[in-house]
Design a protein around this ligand. Structure first.
Ligand code: 3MF
Ligand code: MG
Ligand code: MG
Ligand code: MG
Length: 386
C-alpha cells in the first residue's frame, strides 16, 4: 500500500516543506509554517525525522531566553509526535556576512565567526539528538578568481573542518560529518563541486574517518553527471553518511523537484543501489513543492516523495526476483574461474601465466551483451506491464 512508516527512515528538512516559494524573480507565494506544525504534519504523514539548519529554528539574532523558549516548544513537539532529528547543519549562506564565503572567506574575522556560529549550531543539534552533521558550502566559492587564491581557500576549509571535528570530539557529541558537494548556485563556482572532489579532500583532513558525504541528486545532475555513479563511489569508499533525495533537470538552475518527478529511471537505480547495498541512514528529501502550490500542494509533495521511494523499492524487489531479468544479468556477467584466479592478485607466476595466454579478440568482440533487452525489460517493469 506504499504507506510511509517511521521504519522507512524518511526525513525532511524544516526548510523543505517550510519553503515559502520565493525565487530570485518573485516574492513568496506561501505563508511560513511553524516548526511545531511541520513536525506534527510530518509525523502524521509517516515520516521518521526532521532536520534543520540552526536558523530554521532559532533566528540568527535571538536572545538566550528566546532560544530556550523556542527549543522547549520544539522539543515538546518532537516528544508528542515521536519524530527524531537525525541531522543538523549550519546556515552559513543566508546572512550578508557570508556573501564571500564562510570557512573560506578571505577575511579572518568572518572565518572565525563562521566557526563560532557552527559550534553553537553543533550544540543545538546535539541537544536535539542529531548524530550526523552536514556541511554544505553554499557560499564557499567564487565568481572571480582575481582576489583569492584557491589554495588558500582549501587550506582555510581544512582548518575549519579540523577544528570543528576536534570540537565535536571534545564535547563528546560523536558526530559523523557529511560534506555536501554542489557545483554552483549560489556561487558562480563552489569549491569541492562534486562527490569525487569531496572524497579527495576528506583524505587530507586530520580525522578522515569522521568525514563522509551527503550527496544530493540535484547537485550532481546540475553538473551533467550520473548521480547513481557518484553515490556508488561514496558507498564504495565507505563514505555514504547521508543522502539528499530530490530531482532536477540537467543543466538548469537548482530546482529541488519532488523525488522521482523528472528522472524516474535514475531514481529507480538509485533506490535499488541504496536498498541492495544495505544503506542504513536516513532517506532525506531535500526538495520543496513547486512555487505554484498552496499548502495542500506542500503535503502532496511530501507524500509523493515518500510514496515514489516505496514504489521504486518494490520495483527493485521485483527486478531482483524477475527470472528473465536475472538470467540476462547472469549471462551478461560472463564468468571465468580460471582467469579470475590469475587476475585477482598479482604474483610473478600469475603475471607470466597471463602473458602466455592466447585470447581470441575477434570472438570476444563478437558477442553482444544483451543490454537492449535487459534495459527494455527494466523500462517495462517500471511502466507496470511486467
Ligand atoms: C542547497 C542545499 C542545502 C543543503 C543544506 C544542508 C539548503 O542546494 O542542498 O539546502 O542541503 O544546507 O543539508
Ligand atoms: Mg540542494
Ligand atoms: Mg537543490
Ligand atoms: Mg541538499
Amino acid at each position: 500500500n506504499y504507506n510511509p512508516q517511521p521504519e522507512h527512515k524518511f526525513t525532511f528538512g524544516l526548510w523543505t516543506v517550510g519553503n515559502i516559494g520565493r525565487d530570485p524573480f518573485g516574492n513568496p507565494t506561501r505563508q511560513p509554517l511553524s516548526p511545531e506544525y511541520i513536525v506534527y504534519k510530518l509525523a502524521q504523514l509517516g515520516a521518521y525525522g526532521v532536520n534543520l539548519h540552526d536558523n530554521d529554528l532559532i533566528p540568527i539574532d535571538a536572545t538566550k531566553a528566546e532560544r530556550d523558549k523556542i527549543l522547549r516548544n520544539f522539543k515538546k513537539a518532537l516528544r508528542d509526535s515521536g519524530l527524531v532529528v537525525p541531522m543538523a547543519t549550519t546556515n552559513l549562506f543566508a546572512d550578508p556576512v557570508f556573501k564571500d564565503g564562510a570557512f573560506t572567506n578571505a577575511n579572518a574575522k568572518i572565518r572565525a565567526y563562521a566557526i563560532q556560529k557552527t559550534m553553537h549550531a553543533m550544540d543545538l543539534g546535539a541537544e536535539l539528538g542529531a548524530k550526523i552533521y552536514v556541511f554544505w558550502g553554499g557560499r564557499e566559492g567564487a565568481e572571480v578568481d582575481a582576489g583569492m587564491n584557491t589554495l588558500d581557500a582549501l587550506a582555510y576549509y581544512r582548518e575549519a573542518l579540523n577544528f570543528l571535528a576536534e570540537y565535536s570530539e571534545a564535547q563528546g557529541y560523536g558526530y559523523k560529518f557529511a560534506l555536501e558537494p554542489k557545483p554552483n548556485e549560489p556561487r558562480g563556482d563552489i569549491y569541492l563541486p562534486v562527490v569525487g572532489a569531496a572524497l579527495g579532500f576528506i583524505a587530507t583532513l586530520d580525522k578522515p574517518h569522521l568525514f563522509g558525504l551527503n550527496p544530493e541528486f540535484a547537485h550532481e545532475t546540475m553538473a551533467g553527471l550520473n548521480f547513481v555513479h557518484a553515490v556508488a563511489q561514496a558507498i564504495d569508499a565507505g563514505k555514504l553518511f547521508h543522502i539528499d533525495l530530490n530531482d532536477q533537470k540537467m543543466g538548469r538552475f537548482d530546482q529541488d523537484l519532488r523525488f522521482g518527478a523528472e528522472n524516474l529511471k535514475a531514481a529507480f537505480f538509485l533506490v535499488k543501489l541504496l536498498e541492495d547495498s544495505g544503506y542504513q541512514g536516513p532517506r532525506h528529501f531535500d526538495a520543496h513543492a513547486l512555487r505554484t502550490e498552496d499548502e495542500a500542494g506542500v503535503w502532496e509533495f511530501a507524500r509523493g516523495c515518500m510514496r515514489t521511494y516505496l514504489i521504486l523499492k518494490e520495483k527493485a524487489r521485483q527486478f531482483n526476483q524477475d527470472k528473465e531479468i536475472q538470467a540476462l544479468i547472469k549471462a551478461y556477467k560472463v564468468q571465468d574461474a580460471e582467469l579470475s584466479k590469475l587476475t585477482r592478485k598479482f604474483s610473478k607466476r600469475n603475471a607470466e601465466a597471463l602473458k602466455a595466454r592466447k585470447f581470441n579478440r575477434g570472438m570476444l568482440a563478437e558477442r553482444g551483451p544483451g543490454l537492449e533487452r535487459l534495459d527494455q525489460l527494466t523500462v517495462e517493469l517500471l511502466m507496470g506491464v511486467r
